[in-house]
Design a protein around this ligand. Structure first.
Ligand SMILES: Cc1cc2nc3c(=O)[nH]c(=O)nc-3n(C[C@H](O)[C@H](O)[C@H](O)COP(=O)(O)OP(=O)(O)OC[C@H]3O[C@@H](n4cnc5c(N)ncnc54)[C@H](O)[C@@H]3O)c2cc1C
Length: 483
């Protein structure tokens, strides 16, 4: 088990349970095998809780999750040897390093007498199942979405494996704590403690509950409380207007197929506007994985080759640090970066704003932003993250042009009109009015002082002049185009 930490609708597990009297569920933490994109700190903390939950679910079925650490092939070899197992089944991963590793393991198993079979447990459409009319991979989202609507696919689900074979003679397993998944340094946020709920009683969507049960709680909360207003509320960062299913989807605690089945039980494309709008976002995830599969350099290289020569700034370390710490002096940006640090998650609209500021106003290469997100997001997902950064940096994903540069003040006033989101994460500005809060530098000193704000002392001066840096970004873009 890897990115499929659930029991229901798990095709590899169902297949094994249907054909064998003994099934050994195995999780191998293989960091070198995933390099350079082995899970970041926030993801590891989620993974710890998710494995804990899966262990409990399996125990209830008189089975056990066998944990191992190290080279996947060596660990499998040992397990096969000690257990005498005759078959290995897994659900496919699509990250370039994992594909390469898994292909080598598959080839090795095929050269033995061990049966090996792989399945799809995480995508609605596998990347090779969909292409343009010229038989090319999609590079633009809308035509791919249209294709998905016109060739609607009703996902087939496996349900819970029944009966679930008890594991009588379990092989040795490493204790979960030995995997060292939780933060080791005091300076790291306690993602593992502060925001995790074990009983799922929270209905506000402010807490996380990793694991399959938590994923369904999150889906039910969204279905009952937010889906009916999704199209509007999904853009308002102060609201819990989105599903917050991203980490659950990333770890495969719930699948997009299960969600689509719940929302479209008649097997037809959605006619409801809100459901359509939500499934469209799930299709963006499909698009990201389609791109990553067909363009495996996506996490490192711009999709448009000319961006490899983009004139990024060279001396940007201290600006990068201020961006990471949420100390840019631009309120909605700081709110987003602090939400990321505290919750391991950031609202989509704000992800776009912070990424635009980093790559365009600050002219810092998008790969630095993507790496920081990778470390700090509980939903860090190589497809979505690489696609999201390249989309915002305007370097080739979809039809998003570079010259569309977000203005964080205008965006803040539009999507956080009462300043609630900023007040929540940047409390030092809480006493400014709704109009003032998104641009404190434009407020006179006396008013600022009366509101408890001294720029440069308890809240930073803005890191960049938004108009001037916008102009500089456009000039850099023109320089690249004329090179
Ligand atoms: C710079 C940048 C980096 C991003 N990095 C990641 C990442 O590492 N992991 C990640 O899951 N998403 C990433 N996204 C996409 C998006 O921000 C998150 O998926 C979304 O905010 C998750 O919240 P949600 O589950 O409440 O979303 P909802 O609005 O409830 O959407 C449901 C699901 O659809 C998918 N989805 C939604 N929006 C997008 C999108 N724009 N692109 C691809 N899939 C989408 C996600 O799987 C999400 O869980 C990134 C976006 C940007 C702009």
């Amino acid at each position: 088990m890897r990115r499929d930490l659930r029991l229901a609708d798990n095709p590899a597990l169902s297949h094994a349970c249907a054909r064998h009297a003994q099934v050994i569920p195995v999780y191998i933490l293989d960091d070198p095998g995933a390099a350079p994109w082995s899970p970041g700190a926030a993801s590891r903390s989620w993974l710890y809780r998710s494995l804990q939950s899966l262990q409990a679910d399996l125990r209830q079925r008189h089975s056990q999750l066998i944990l191992r650490q190290g080279n996947s092939r060596e660990q499998l070899q040992q397990l096969l040897h000690s257990s005498g197992a005759t078959a290995v089944y897994w659900n496919r991963c699509y990250e370039p390093a994992l594909r390469e590793r898994d292909a080598a393991i598959e080839q090795w198993l095929q050269s033995t007498s061990i049966t090996c079979k792989t399945f799809n447990a995480s995508l609605w459409w596998e990347p090779w199942e969909i292409s343009t009319t010229q038989q090319q991979p999609y590079r633009v989202f809308t035509p791919m979405w249209k294709h998905m609507l016109n060739h609607w696919r009703d996902p087939q689900l496996d349900g819970l494996p029944e009966p679930f074979p008890a594991l009588l003679d379990a092989p040795a397993s490493v204790p979960l704590d030995e995997l060292k998944l939780l933060p080791q340094q005091r300076s790291e946020p306690r993602w593992d403690e502060a925001f995790y709920q074990s009983d799922g009683s929270d209905s506000s969507g402010a807490h996380w509950q990793p694991g399959e049960t938590g994923a369904w709680h999150a889906f039910e909360r969204f279905f009952e409380q937010a889906l009916q207003q999704y199209q509007h509320d999904r853009d308002i960062p102060a609201l819990t207007g989105t599903s917050k299913l991203s980490p659950h989807l990333q770890f495969g605690e719930i699948s997009s197929a299960q969600i689509i089945r719940q929302l479209c039980p008649d097997g037809q494309p959605p006619t409801d506007k809100m459901i359509n709008s939500f499934i469209r976002e799930l299709a963006w995830r499909e698009f990201s994985w389609h791109l990553l599969y067909h363009f495996p350099d996506l996490p490192e290289q711009p999709l448009q080759p000319q961006f490899a020569n983009f004139p990024w700034r060279i001396d940007y370390q201290s600006d990068l640090a201020r961006w990471q710490q949420g100390k840019t002096g631009i309120p909605i940006i700081d709110a987003g970066m602090r939400q990321l640090w505290q919750h391991g998650w950031m609202h989509n609209r704000v992800r776009m704003l912070v990424a635009s500021l980093l790559t365009k106003n600050l002219l810092i290469p998008w790969q630095h932003g993507a790496r920081w997100f990778w470390e700090t997001l509980v939903d860090a997902d190589l497809g979505n993250n690489s696609q999201g950064w390249q989309w915002t940096a305007g370097c080739g994903v979809d039809a998003a042009p570079f010259f569309r540069i977000f203005n964080p003040v205008t965006q803040g006033r539009r999507f956080d009109p009462k300043g609630d989101y900023v007040r929540r994460f940047v409390p030092e500005l809480a006493r400014l009015t709704d109009q003032q809060i998104h641009a404190p530098w434009a407020v006179d000193k006396t008013t600022l002082r009366q509101s408890g704000v001294v720029l440069g002392e308890n809240y930073p001066q803005p890191l960049v002049d938004l108009q001037g840096s916008r102009q500089r970004a456009l000039e850099a873009w023109q320089q690249m185009r004329s090179a």
